[in-house]
Design a protein around this ligand. Structure first.
Ligand code: C2E
Ligand code: CA
Ligand code: CA
Ligand code: CA
Length: 278
């Protein structure tokens, strides 16, 4: 792999070559893992803290590695970045989430699922047609049951294309949220330009909001902006009652976090809901 330009690999550095090769091997293994059905989605509840009502679930991918056990997305998502794998993974996740919605519906569970969409998947010109195809294949799932979470960062380097895709999803009846709000560097521009339905405050701000005045200032500002821009607002990473009280007291009602429930296997969801509603 001797190249020139941006990804220059020196012919005098066999160590570097080996790293590139190892990455290729890992990518091929991950591609096979998708085909072999080694991925699963876990689901984390999202609630309205004012009423304790469950408003939906976020789908979070895991890799059931045959040797290494359950692997978190941070350990394999970087492998997919900038490659076709990002779209393959994204399509698997969408298909799986729709299948799960169908199973739950048969059990009488009718709640929306939010799916994380990576920037390059969202900007893939085939995104909307493929999504339409998936929805057409699951005609009993109404589009208000599927929601998309899009990170503000790279998603929007091509803001026109992102805008167009988000518009088309919303026209189909699918709500779109900005994920990790506040961690990118142009949140305000996005908020102005992208007609998203919901803002998710990143867990890094929630975590320290009670001890770090700057984090509290950010949380309060986002709450203010959500109200001014008339967008729904959900706080991630709610771990304690103190977090919940502080958010609710400031007008942020929707939340998700370990303090409510950890992400769980789909089989556990129906039972969790029963216990939660008791
Ligand atoms: P995210 O979308 O911001 O998801 C929230 C992450 O915070 C999840 O980590 C979740 O398990 C974790 N979390 C939830 N509640 C708490 C809490 O109270 N405290 C703390 N410390 N953490 C909490 P996870 O599942 O490891 O996912 C990490 C990231 O990987 C996600 O961040 C998302 O960006 C990405 N990701 C996960 N699933 C998918 C997927 O299917 N597709 C794509 N493209 N990205 C995904
Ligand atoms: Ca998310
Ligand atoms: Ca986040
Ligand atoms: Ca994230």
């Amino acid at each position: 792999a001797k190249q020139n330009g941006r990804n220059t690999v020196s012919r005098f550095d066999p160590g570097q070559d080996r790293l590139v090769q190892q990455r290729q091997v890992k990518r091929r293994r991950f591609a096979r893992a998708i085909e072999n059905g080694e991925l699963i989605l876990h689901y984390q509840p999202q609630i309205d803290m004012a009423t304790a009502e469950v408003i939906g679930f976020e789908a979070l991918v895991r890799w059931k590695h045959p040797k290494e056990g359950l692997k978190a997305p941070d350990s394999f998502l970087p492998l997919t970045e900038g490659t076709q794998l990002e779209t393959s993974l994204g399509e698997w996740v969408l298909r799986q989430a729709l299948t799960q919605l169908g199973c739950w519906q048969q059990q009488g569970l009718v709640l929306p699922v939010s799916v994380n969409i990576s920037p390059s998947h969202l900007l893939n010109p085939d995104f909307v047609p493929r999504l339409e195809g998936l929805l057409a294949a699951n005609p009993w799932i109404t589009t208000d049951r599927l929601k998309l979470e899009v990170v503000e960062t790279a998603a929007m380097h091509d803001i026109k294309a992102a805008l167009d895709t988000i518009d088309r999803c919303q026209a189909m009846g699918i709500e779109v949220a900005i994920d990790d709000f506040g961690t990118g560097f142009s949140s305000l521009t996005y908020l102005r330009q992208l007609p998203v339905d919901m803002i998710k405050i990143d867990k890094s701000f929630v975590r320290d909001m009670l001890t770090d005045p700057s984090d509290l200032a950010i949380v309060e500002s986002v709450i203010y902006m959500a109200r001014r821009f008339d967008r729904a607002l959900l706080a991630e990473g709610v771990e304690t009652l103190e977090h919940a009280d502080a958010l609710l007291g400031r007008g942020c009602r929707l939340a998700q976090g370990y303090g409510i429930a950890r992400p769980m296997a789909p089989e556990a969801v129906v039972e969790w809901l029963q216990r939660w509603r008791e």
